[in-house]
Design a protein around this ligand. Structure first.
Ligand code: FES
Length: 335
């Protein structure tokens, strides 16, 4: 197979080998070299890099992701681009640093499928060798017989690295959910996976009081983050708001109530947007604003549908939380 060298220029130049059919991002992460990344689908723009020399192939990105000016200046998406020659790239100066866990292909075996709520299951998958990942990251599943992949965040903390837990909601007519996971997937079946991916990770160096805002199965990565934080500091102050539409969509209530009994710093606030019956009626961002006069000195992690995350970020800022303390991951339920 033809391969090329790809170099990140700058004060700390790094070079990796990339196959002609391999995406630049995949090549860097497989070599344990960090590049900013989030969606791995060409929709968020996090992995935007500038090609300084050489050439790549990529499907034309949307101008909402890479502006026409940036495209003309040589900016491409590393998660979508394959090299057609040796390449030198530049990463934005404010890209920072992130998880350096080596991306790899994984073979998993279904250990358990447990119903959590209406149309939502917890899937436990044993893997061939423990996976090094950061709390908050996700894995891609290959959907058998389709060539498609779907992304699911780990709900278990990184310390439990040989058995991964995922929360999966059924999407009507979805190839991966209706057509596979909720249809034929059973205990003992193999699953092909690739990961870990993503920059939405628990910052273990920050021990500030933590706000967790989850929408639907966006609870999964926040569970991983909370459990890791509590294992480092059982007294950690954590306020978890879980928003769903109806009480039938709420899940893991007993689990979180038992966590609040064992850890006096943890507060758990389920919120129903379409009916009464939980602690709160309404959206998680509104509940947060009602509960706090100020969020200065707090750190927040938000995961859920885009509208929920945007509203949650506005709520945090309204209560004066600095933007740098707000970590967010938007997702659209994978069909
Ligand atoms: Fe989102 Fe590449 S566009 S990671």
């Amino acid at each position: 197979m033809v391969s090329y060298s790809v170099e990140v220029s700058g004060s700390d130049p790094r070079t990796v080998t990339c196959g002609e059919d391999q995406r630049l991002l995949d090549a860097f992460l497989r070599s344990g070299v960090y590049l900013p990344n989030s969606c791995n689908q060409g929709t968020c723009g996090t992995c935007k890099v500038k090609v300084l020399s050489g050439s790549v192939d990529q499907p034309a990105p949307s101008e909402t992701v890479v502006s026409a000016d940036d495209q003309a200046a040589g900016h491409v998406l590393a998660c979508q681009s394959t090299p057609t020659s040796d390449v030198r790239i530049e990463v934005p100066l404010d890209a920072g640093t992130g998880p350096r866990h080596v991306l790899r292909d994984l073979c998993g075996t279904v250990h358990e499928i447990r119903e959590l709520a209406d149309d939502t299951v917890a899937l436990a998958v044993g893997i061939d060798e423990p996976l090094d990942f950061s709390a908050g990251q996700y894995i891609e599943f290959r959907v058998p017989g389709t060539g498609d992949v779907r992304q699911y965040s780990m709900a278990n903390p990184p310390s439990r690295s040989d058995r991964l837990e995922f929360h999966i909601r059924r999407v009507a007519g979805g190839r991966a959910t209706d057509g596979w996971i909720f249809d034929s997937l059973q205990h003992g079946h193999p699953i092909e996976m690739r990961g870990p991916w993503g920059d939405f990770v628990h910052d273990r160096d920050v021990d500030a009081p933590m706000i967790l805002l989850a929408g639907g199965t966006g609870l999964a990565p926040l569970k991983s983050i909370a459990l890791e934080a509590l294992s480092a500091d059982p007294e950690r102050e954590i306020h978890l708001y879980h928003g769903v539409r109806h009480s039938r969509d709420l899940y893991d209530v007993d689990f979180w109530e038992s966590v609040t009994r064992r850890h006096s710093g943890v507060r758990y606030v389920p919120c129903l947007s379409r009916e009464d019956g939980a602690d709160r009626r309404g959206y998680v961002g509104d509940a947060l604003v009602e509960d706090f006069d100020s969020l200065r000195g707090h750190v927040a992690y938000l995961c859920g549908p885009p509208a929920m995350v945007d509203a949650g970020v506005r709520a945090c800022k309204r209560r004066r939380m600095p933007g740098r303390n707000i970590h967010r991951e938007k997702y659209t339920p994978a069909a």
